[in-house]
Design a protein around this ligand. Structure first.
Ligand SMILES: *Cc1c(COP(=O)(O)O)cnc(C)c1O
Length: 374
C-alpha cells in the first residue's frame, strides 16, 4: 500500500474506500433479505466516519449511556442500547438518547420496563439460546457455562413479557452463516412459542459478513425465513464486519536487537494500541512481511511490559532502524480500546478520503495522557 510520506508515526489510517466496499456488501445483504443492520459501536466508534456509515446502516447498537449519546449526536437513525446492567442514576439520560432498550435479566426488566414504556421506547430482552458454536475461548462465548449474558428459556417468565416486543441474542464471534443457522434452530425450538408476541428479533453481531468466504445466500435465506414465517423485523448488529480490513496502524522501527531471536522494537505497542493482539491472540498481517523470507523477526512494543509482543514475522530483508511497519485490519477494536499505559502516546488518526487523500482527523499529545490522571 502507498503511504503519504512524512506523517509522524504511529498513526491509524482508516480508508473510506475500504469501508465503502464493506458497506456495499452490507447493502446487498439488506436489499436481498430486507433486514436492518446496526453498527455495534463497541468495535468502532470513530464518529468522523458516521456520516458515511449512516448512509448505509439503519442505526447503532450501543453498550450504555455514552455510546448511546455519541450515536444520538453523530449517527442519528435508530439507537439501540443493550447493557448487562442499566444504572439507576443514568437511566433518565439513557431514555433521552435511545429508541430501543434491551434488558439482560428479569430483574432489570422489572426495574426499568415501565419507565421505558412510558417514555415510548421499544423494549426487548436478551435471550441465551445455550448453543455454543465456537470452541476454545469462553471469553467470547456468551453461551459458555455460567455466562451472565441473557435469559435462558427456563427463566423466561411469560407474565413479564407484556410490553416486550423483541428478542435479542448475540452468540457469534467472527463466524459464518452456518453457525447462525445452528443457533437459529435452537432459538426457534426453545423460544418459538413466544414469537407471535414479537415485532422484531436481533441476531446480534459476530457475523463476518464482509470476509471473502462469507455465505451470503445462506444468511439471506435464514433472515427471509424468519421475516416471512413470523412477520418480524430482523436486525443484525455487526461491529467487526463493518470495518473489516479497512484500517492500518503505521509504525516505525526504533531499534533492532537480538536474544536468540531477532527483535524489532516499534513505536507501536500491542498492549497500548492493539490490545486484542494480546487478549484475543490475534497476529495482525504486516504489509511488507514475506512468508518465504529468510529473516525471522519478533515485532515488539516500546513499553516495559515484557509480553508486549505483536508477533513473529518473516521478512525478505533484515529490518533496520527507521523502517516503516504497516499492520493491517486495524480499524476494529483498536481505537476504542487503546490506552496510554506506560506513558505511551496515542497514535493519531488519519482518514484516507474517497479521493485517496489522507487527512488528519485527530492528533494526541501529553495532555491526553495527563488528562485522565490526577
Ligand atoms: C460485541 C457485540 C456486537 C458486535 O460484535 P462483532 O463481533 O464486532 O460483530 C454486537 N452486539 C453485541 C451485544 C455485542 O456485545
Amino acid at each position: 500500500m502507498k503511504l503519504t510520506p512524512g506523517l509522524p508515526t504511529p498513526y491509524y489510517l482508516i480508508d473510506e474506500n475500504l469501508i465503502l466496499k464493506n458497506l456495499q456488501i452490507i447493502k446487498k445483504i439488506k436489499d436481498l433479505s430486507g433486514c436492518k443492520v446496526l453498527l455495534a459501536q463497541k468495535a468502532f466508534s470513530s464518529f468522523y466516519f458516521y456520516p458515511l456509515l449512516s448512509q448505509y446502516l439503519d442505526g447503532t447498537a450501543s453498550s450504555g449511556l455514552f455510546e448511546a449519546r455519541l450515536a444520538h449526536e453523530h449517527f442519528g437513525k435508530e439507537v439501540h442500547v443493550f447493557t448487562p446492567g442499566f444504572k439507576e442514576e443514568e437511566f433518565h439520560d439513557v431514555l433521552k438518547y435511545s429508541d430501543h432498550l434491551v434488558f439482560n435479566s428479569n430483574s432489570q426488566l422489572i426495574r426499568f420496563k415501565e419507565r421505558a414504556l412510558k417514555a415510548k421506547k421499544t423494549i426487548g430482552i436478551r435471550i441465551n439460546p445455550e448453543v455454543s458454536t465456537q470452541t476454545g475461548n469462553s471469553m467470547y462465548d456468551p453461551c459458555s457455562p455460567t455466562s451472565r449474558m441473557g435469559i435462558k428459556i427456563q427463566d423466561i417468565n411469560p407474565t413479564l413479557l407484556d410490553g416486550v416486543s423483541g428478542f435479542h441474542f448475540h452468540t457469534l464471534c467472527q463466524q459464518n452463516a452456518d453457525a447462525l443457522e445452528t443457533t437459529l434452530k435452537e432459538v426457534e425450538k426453545k423460544f418459538g412459542k413466544y414469537f407471535s408476541k414479537l415485532k422484531w428479533i436481533n441476531f446480534g453481531g459476530g457475523h463476518h459478513l464482509t470476509r471473502a468466504n462469507y455465505d451470503i445466500p445462506k444468511l439471506v435465506k435464514l433472515i427471509r425465513y424468519f421475516k416471512d414465517k413470523y412477520q418480524m423485523d430482523v436486525y443484525l448488529e455487526p461491529g467487526e464486519a463493518v470495518v473489516l480490513n479497512a484500517g492500518f496502524l503505521i509504525s516505525k522501527v526504533l531499534d533492532v536487537t537480538k536474544n536468540d531471536v531477532e527483535i524489532a522494537i516499534l513505536d507501536a505497542s500491542a498492549t497500548c494500541h492493539m490490545p486484542d493482539v494480546l487478549e484475543a491472540k490475534f497476529i495482525p498481517p504486516v504489509t511488507t512481511a514475506d512468508p518465504k523470507g529468510a529473516h525471522i523477526v519478533r515485532l515488539s512494543g516500546a513499553t516495559c511490559l515484557t509480553g508486549d509482543d505483536i508477533g513473529i514475522y518473516r521478512f525478505a530483508n533484515p529490518l533496520k532502524v527507521g523502517d516503516t511497519i504497516v499492520f493491517e485490519d486495524m480499524a476494529l477494536y483498536t481505537i476504542v480500546k487503546n490506552n496510554t499505559f506506560n506513558g505511551i502516546p496515542l497514535p493519531s488518526i488519519y482518514a484516507r478520503k474517497l479521493d485517496g487523500k489522507d487527512v488528519l482527523v485527530k492528533a494526541f499529545d501529553y495532555s491526553h495522557f495527563k488528562g485522565k490522571l490526577s
